[in-house]
Write a protein that binds this ligand. Structure first.
Ligand code: TZP
Ligand code: MG
Length: 208
């Protein structure tokens, strides 16, 4: 989950959605979350199945946002939900053990509550205010990452306003990975954008 792509068809600026995702994966994206807010269940499932096939040869896990039904129907590698979307115990009961479960945390209380859960990662949301998602709570900011690092045992992802300009600082403050929409989906070259973010992450982690 070092370089985690969250999809948003509108952010692809009219280019083919599957082309954008494949370029990003070739550039080094390590996990892809299909996030669809407006599709019918059937259309969401069809898109998820096609994306799963596209990702399989690259061995990049597919995560489904919010819908257990879609995640099961496409045999996704994991699911991501916000803490307010579904109680964790319900999610655990409805989703097969052993798969990836990612949870967003919007507050310090969310982080503390998640300590009791067996999850694969916790995503601090949003790190910064972003036009890609308007209905967010207060941004965590860089200090929020170091607080969460001290108070959480889970791998930490950060999402919201991440770009080549602040990825290094986010990693140095304790993020294990970054999740982006626009920095990759809206880039003139999703391939180059992913490649650059991936090298920034690798360099920051190895102390370069
Ligand atoms: N959740 C919190 S912020 C966000 C989501 C889905 C949007 C991130 O988009 P961007 O363009 O990387 O800021
Ligand atoms: Mg959600």
């Amino acid at each position: 989950m070092e370089l985690y792509l969250v999809t948003d068809e509108a952010a692809c600026l009219g280019r083919d959605f599957f082309w954008v995702v494949e370029e990003a994966v070739k550039g080094g994206v390590t996990m892809v979350q299909l996030r669809e807010k407006a599709l019918s269940a059937n259309a969401f499932i069809d898109k998820a199945k096609r994306l799963k096939e596209l990702l399989a040869p690259y061995k990049v896990p597919l995560i489904i946002n919010d819908s257990v039904e879609v995640a099961l129907a496409c045999d996704a590698d994991g699911i991501h939900v916000g803490q307010s979307d579904m109680p964790f115990h319900e999610l655990k009961n409805r989703f097969p053990a052993g798969r990836i479960i990612g949870i967003s945390a919007e507050t310090r209380e969310n982080v503390q509550e998640a300590e009791a859960w067996n999850i694969s990662y916790l995503a601090l949301s949003p790190l910064f205010a972003t036009p890609s998602k308007m209905d967010t709570g207060n941004p965590w900011g860089m200090n929020g990452i170091s607080w969460a690092k001290r108070n959480s045992r889970h791998p930490l992802l950060v999402i919201g306003g991440l770009s080549r300009h602040n990825t290094r600082e986010a990693i140095l403050n304790g993020a294990d990975g970054i999740a982006v929409i626009s920095a990759i989906c809206s880039s003139p070259s999703p391939y180059e954008a992913a490649k650059e973010l991936g090298s920034i992450i690798a360099a920051s982690k190895s102390g370069i």
